[in-house]
Design a protein around this ligand. Structure first.
Ligand code: HEM
Length: 128
């Protein structure tokens, strides 16, 4: 007997769940005094799509992000932005608010929250 493959986050919440999560994050960005100015207003829809595609790939869905963007190289791709502790905390706070609103099962929300907390800390590139 082979064990069934464990379900991924993508198996459970799908494209739709990750789309809602990222939408809920980005709808808070333009009005945010720290993050708002960092994101190009004209390109916000494209930025939203990049984050969604990255999460689809990272959590077990199709690898369209890799096909389009190559290796994520997230530290290098965040180098143009000042990611200090305050920016990191705000990013996580907005994502966490979106997570709560999305109403995923507790184990799904916990897996996503842990990944966001860790990755956001890893992306800090400034003391100021
Ligand atoms: C720590 C605070 C963070 C700040 C201030 C920040 C800010 C930004 C900004 C300004 C962009 C450019 C928008 C665009 O045109 O795509 C960006 C891109 C991106 N961010 Fe973040 N980010 C943060 C954390 C994160 C985290 C935790 C993740 C992953 C979970 C992430 C994933 C991405 C991805 C995938 C892109 C697009 C990269 C590409 O393909 O060009 N970011 N981020």
């Amino acid at each position: 007997m082979t064990e069934p493959a464990p379900q991924t986050v993508f198996d459970v919440i799908g494209e739709d769940g990750l789309t809602r999560l990222v939408r809920g994050f980005y709808e808070q960005v333009p009005g945010d005094e720290i993050l708002g100015p960092m994101y190009p207003p004209a390109d916000l829809a494209a930025a939203e799509r990049r984050l969604r595609e990255f999460l689809v790939y990272r959590f077990g869905g199709p690898d369209r992000y890799i096909v389009e963007r190559g290796h994520p190289r997230l530290r290098i791709r965040h180098a143009p932005f000042v990611v200090n502790q305050a920016a990191r905390d705000r990013w996580f706070q907005l994502m966490n608010a979106s997570l709560e609103k999305a109403g995923f099962a507790p184990e799904i929300a916990a897996a996503l929250r842990a990944f966001f907390a860790e990755t956001a800390s890893f992306l800090i590139n400034s003391n100021g």
